[in-house]
Design a protein around this ligand. Structure first.
Ligand code: IVH
Length: 750
């Protein structure tokens, strides 16, 4: 650090030099803070540098730099990049790992579309580029925005950076007025090696692989740096369009090429699944000589009208799949087995390995799944690794496939130490000492401590703030670890997050004096928390971290119940039905066990009937329960887990406390003007114009709730030929019943 001279005494030359230095320092600080989440200077120091920069600029206005840190919005931008909401969600792809998966893919599409096994159905097959996806928006032929995928819905605005990529045209001719081109930004092997060599020479950061290098280069806050990085772009898909590009995937890609984009020349049209597999092998054979990384082959239904009919699951299209290349392997020593406790109490064994490079990435941890896996059995009791168990000290084979967590695929018994003992899986939670038990049919041993177990509580909180849940800027896993059980300002429950500002007495006094926290980051955190006091119902439900309630289940529940009060009332109403069901199951189980002794059997049956009679469940409870598990996609497992979570006193208190601080937004009906929006529809019998899955997806897209069973809540039954008990029940309940044609007419699709 050079000596600090008062601004008033700086010469012009000194000022110019210092502005350059400050710009570099602030850029680096920003980079460490945002991209690496590892700030090197405190907020206070950062603020001081920025102030100094502003003072010098005020004295020498003409020296202000083009990339002046003063022009960045906010004291320390909360985000490096502005957020962009994608006009059409950016999807990821489902995976196929072998030939059978590819054939299943073909079969399931035929089934969905109701196509015969031998009906023509063409697919494209093309390399899966190992880079990062980017969406480019052109309006009237002009590139106006480039955005990364982010979480699929909201990405980062990297327009200035994308404009420095030679493969990305700034203007295109003859395109639709609105055209979003999607594809992959990547770096060639040659450019990657040269970049790393240059970085080593200049003392800069080197990258682990071309994908990281491409991502790191595109996500630079200074587009000037991106410009010096040799990035490339392949176009392979699109988002919003003001008019269709073509009728087939092949023709659409040809149009993108005509607009001036690079498209992959290994893209082929395949008439059958075996042609797809053939092309997969042809691409795999060329993999090493392509000059850039690919990690599989993507197959897409060629006919775009069929793509439209097939549509999307929650995060992946039904009409495409990625066929991954086989994993890479390496051998190393297993140094230890650690047990991690997850948010649902699951005890997960983790292998600590002597670090080894597998396919260009250094691996030092691998998952061991559960105790059966260590012993050499899979979830169904089948033998894996030829039944070889895994012991600490073993020489093990590590397997890594793409971004999948590495696993241990083999053990070399000839290298096993004589004194190596079989691994003993703990029966107590290593975090809280509670019993860890394994329920029948569950592969996983779980800690029974609930919220008393600090590991479960912390993991639940981490899940609560995670990206698909509350997604609170500046409050990630690291900060949760820091705040949990903190003596001064603890966050032990989700509600504690929302009282943080008040408990901090509103003057930041407590927060800002901690390590790594300054006034700016503290007030940024409070603002980020305030930002999330209003939350969509489905997101809230997912965030609660209830076992079996994933993103899709949360969405289904939210669409069905629409608000928190209705849902909790229904769950409470259904509770007696759950208890009665369990009592009956348990009695039956006991009866089974001692069934050999006739006399005892009769006595037990009496006792059981008496117990059930005492638990006589009201029709109301039974209905609420059958409504809940009848929601399409919910079922008994999720229903039980949800019911148990809400009946657990600690959890319920945590939920209720949390809701005091929130405004919950009901799910928006996808199209409120449709005649079936908000209606509960049941399909039964054989549908002739579409398959059941397609009918369900279309009804949901129009805002209907699709249920699997008829009840008083059912508004419409769509009955095809062969409809049986459901049609009868609907008639008994006076539910309106339509045939398939009238249904199509009703939704304007006849
Ligand atoms: S199509 C709606 N084609 O793979 C489907 N994706 O694992 C859009 N990717 O997010 C994707 N090469 O970033 C498609 N030829 C290709 C691809 C490709 C790479 C990436 C893409 C996607 C990810 C999913």
């Amino acid at each position: 650090m050079s000596k600090i001279i008062a601004v008033a005494e700086l010469t012009e030359e000194e000022a110019r030099e210092e502005l350059a230095r400050l710009s570099e320092q602030l850029l680096r600080a920003n980079e460490l803070y945002h991209a690496k989440d590892a700030p090197e200077i405190s907020d206070a120091d950062y603020d001081a540098l920025k102030r100094r920069n502003a003072e010098i600029e005020a004295r020498f206005p003409k020296l202000k730099r083009g990339d002046s840190p003063s022009d960045q919005i906010g004291a320390r931008p909360v985000d490096g990049f502005a957020k962009v909401t994608h006009a059409r969600r950016m999807m990821s792809l489902g995976n196929a790992f072998d030939d059978a998966d590819v054939k299943d893919f073909d079969r399931s599409i035929r089934k969905y579309l109701g196509l015969a096994d031998d009906a023509p159905l063409a697919f494209t097959a093309e390399p899966k580029i190992d880079g990062l996806s980017l969406s480019l928006r052109y309006e009237q032929g002009q590139l106006i925005q480039a955005a990364t995928r982010g979480d699929g819905e909201v990405g980062e605005n990297v327009t200035a950076n994308a404009k420095t990529v030679a493969d990305i045209p700034h203007r295109i001719e003859g395109a639709p007025d609105v055209l979003e081109v999607r594809g992959e930004v990547y770096m060639s092997h040659e450019d990657f090696d040269a970049l790393n060599a240059r970085q080593t020479e200049t003392g800069g950061k080197t990258f682990a692989n071309p994908r990281n290098a491409a991502a790191g280069s595109l996500r630079q806050l200074d587009a000037g740096i991106t410009r010096t990085r040799p990035l490339r772009f392949f176009a392979y898909a699109w988002g919003e369009l003001s008019e269709p590009l073509a009728e087939t995937q092949m023709d659409a890609i040809a149009r993108l090429r005509d607009f001036g984009f690079q498209v992959n020349e290994l893209t082929r049209l395949c008439a059958t699944a075996s042609e797809m597999l053939q092309h997969y092998r042809a691409i795999e054979a060329q993999r090493a000589t392509l000059g850039y990384d690919i990690d599989g082959v993507v197959y897409k239904v060629d006919d775009l009208s069929l793509q439209a009919r097939l549509g999307f699951r929650s995060t992946t299209p039904r009409w495409a799949i990625a066929h991954k290349f086989p994993a890479e392997l390496a051998w190393t020593r297993l140094e230890a087995i650690d047990i991690q406790v997850g948010r649902t109490g699951a005890l997960s064994p983790v292998a600590r390995l002597h670090p080894v490079t597998v396919g260009g990435v250094v691996v030092s941890n691998a998952t061991l799944h559960n105790e059966d896996y260590i012993v050499g059995r899979d979830a169904k009791g089948g033998v894996i690794r030829d039944g070889k168990d895994i012991r600490v000290g073993d020489w093990v084979q590590v397997y890594r496939a793409g971004d999948v967590i590495p696993k241990i695929s083999d053990v070399d018994l000839t290298k096993r130490f004589d004194n190596a003992a079989p691994y003993e899986f703990p029966s107590k939670c290593p975090e809280c000492g509670s019993d860890a038990i394994r329920e029948e049919g569950d592969a996983v041993r779980r800690c029974t401590g609930g919220l008393i177990c600090p590991a479960q509580a912390v993991e639940k909180l981490k899940h609560f703030v995670s990206r698909k849940a509350f997604d609170i800027e500046g409050l990630g896993a690291k900060q949760i670890e820091m705040f949990y059980d903190d003596p001064i300002l603890p966050i032990n429950t989700p509600a504690d997050i929302f009282t943080l500002r008040d408990r901090d007495a509103g003057n930041l006094a407590r927060l800002k004096n901690r390590d790594g926290w300054g006034e700016t980051s503290a007030s940024n955190l409070f603002a980020a928390i305030d930002d999330k006091r209003t939350i969509p119902f489905a997101r809230l439900l997912f965030a609660l971290g209830i076992r079996h309630v994933g993103e899709v289940g949360a969405r289904d529940l939210a669409l069905f119940y629409r608000n928190w009060e209705t849902m909790t009332a229904a769950i409470d109403t259904a509770r007696p039905a759950v208890l009665a069901q369990r009592a009956a199951d348990e009695a039956e189980e006991a009866e089974r066990i001692i069934a050999t002794e006739e006399g005892r059997r009769a006595r037990l049956k009496e006792a059981r009937d008496a117990a059930i009679a005492r638990m006589e469940v009201s029709a109301q409870a039974a209905n609420a329960w059958s409504d809940l598990i009848g929601i399409d996609g919910i079922g008994t497992t999720l229903g039980l887990s949800l019911s148990d979570a809400f009946a657990n006193v600690d959890e319920r208190r945590a939920f209720d406390d949390l809701c005091q601080h929130l405004t919950i937004i009901p799910p928006k009906a996808p199209s409120s003007d449709s005649p079936v929006a908000g209606k509960t529809v049941v399909f039964t019998g054989t549908l002739e114009k579409m398959t059941r899955a397609e009918a369900k997806a279309r009804a949901e897209a129009l805002g209907a709730k699709v249920s699997g069973s008829v009840s008083q809540k059912t508004d419409l039954l769509v009955a095809g030929p062969g409809a049986g008990s459901k049609a009868k029940k609907a008639a008994d309940l006076g539910v309106e019943t339509l045939d398939e044609d009238s249904w199509l007419q009703l939704i304007g699709d006849a």
